[in-house]
Design a protein around this ligand. Structure first.
Ligand code: MTE
Ligand code: MO
Length: 210
């Protein structure tokens, strides 16, 4: 499959965003310009990395008191949490009542202890994907390092073994194949943000493009 040119993709999305209608029954749960999908689409830019759990590492670094390099087993020893939530992709699909299990981001914060000057987090994925978030947007208790979807191990195409999940923002803010969390002093653009996507990405105010 030919790689998608990110800028062309953004131009195409700008034309189609907001053109699909949502069912009245679900009004209030579907952000403007979104429609419901039942089948979980796969959206990946580039190759799908295959990560063996024995090789897996999660690195946490930058403005933290205690940088971490966690193996899969060390990660699994942390507290876990299951949630049911809605997810919203900037390409206009939303999925309601998705079921996830993972480690609360809060548990990572407790171990790594960010310094007061840490204002933003750059998520990193195997393969080089990055996306930026303000730390204050990651403090909700539904922000997970997710490893199960629908009570099953997270499928590789959806980011298995581990992905970020930040349900309240567009889904590009949830890095698949997560392997790094970098705490930084100022917000800085990640991959899609450098290619035209919004720095923040709130679906309710349609922060699609920057
Ligand atoms: N590592 C990585 N994470 C990623 C992406 C990607 O290409 N690589 N795509 C993002 C985008 S644009 C979306 S919409 C969601 C898609 O997740 P899904 O494939 O599980 O639906 O993952 C996000 N996280
Ligand atoms: Mo996306």
């Amino acid at each position: 499959m030919a790689p998608i040119d990110p800028l062309r993709k953004v131009e195409r999305l700008k034309k189609t965003a907001g053109t699909k209608q949502s069912g009245a029954a679900q009004a209030g749960r579907i952000p403007p310009g979104q429609h419901i999908t039942k089948k979980f689409p796969v959206l990946t830019y580039g190759e799908t990395p295959v990560i063996d759990k024995s090789e897996f590492r999660l690195n946490v670094w930058g403005l933290v008191e205690n940088p971490l390099e966690l193996t899969w087993d060390e990660l699994m020893a942390l507290p876990k949490r299951s949630i049911t939530t809605d997810i919203h992709c900037v390409t206009t699909w939303s999925m309601l009542d998705t079921r996830w299990t993972g480690i609360p981001f809060q548990a990572i914060l407790e171990k790594a202890r960010p310094l007061p000057e840490a204002k933003a987090v750059m998520q990193h994925g195997y393969g080089g994907y990055t996306t930026n978030l303000l730390l204050k947007d990651m403090l909700d208790d539904d922000v997970l390092l997710a490893y199960e979807f629908g009570e099953k191990p997270l499928a590789i195409e959806h980011g298995g073994p581990l992905r970020m999940l930040v349900p309240k923002l567009y889904f590009w803010k949830s890095t698949k194949w997560l392997n790094g969390l970098e705490f930084i002093a100022e917000d800085a653009p990640g991959f899609w943000e450098r290619n035209g996507y919004h720095m923040h990405g709130d679906p309710w105010t349609e922060e699609r493009f920057g």
